[in-house]
Design a protein around this ligand. Sequence first.
Ligand SMILES: [Zn+2]
Length: 216
Amino acid sequence: MSLLGKLFGAGDSKPAYPASAAARTLLLGGAGEDAERVRAARRGVVVADVRRGPGVTLLADLSRGFPFGDGAFEEVFSLEFIEHIPHPELPAMLRECARVLRPGGRWVSGCPDAEMLSAWFGLQCECVKKWKADPACPRCGGKARISPGRWLKSVCGNQEDYGDRRWADTHKNVLWFGRLKALLEEAGFSDVRRGDAGAYYEEGKADMKLLVEARR
Ligand SMILES: [Zn+2]
């Protein structure tokens, strides 16, 4: 957890996001709880989502292109968003991200890490609560990393239906670093690297997340 998270996150295990010098940030899929935390760490945040939610300033289907000019943003940021974009539409969405970023602008995104979740398939146990196994568990002896329910949810999404089948809260994409790096480079990004998932996700959860940063 970041120092700011420790100072201001009392009673909340979720970290405060690292501050960004970005003058304008486009937050994709921000209808969830992220909007307020992103706003607290950044200036000039535009929150875009296909569904209404607290803090949403632009209601739009982002798979159909972004209603912004070229180079309009310093940063495009999203958590738990790109895995909801259908596989065939992700390359075009990433090209839109590149287009609305100024040269040198920053792309930051977190999503479930398929590589890690695959590695953890055999490390599931019902005793895992809050991402910690019970050391006295007769089945796993405390060695499990994840609960079966959480594993499935991380891979497949919440399976909630928002009233439009297309945008039900299921995952429509599977991502791991090598694949996302290739997609980003095809879309015009460079300097693609893993970021610190622990700066954006709570302890335990961060281990199963892929946090990727890239430059336009
Ligand atoms: Zn166990």
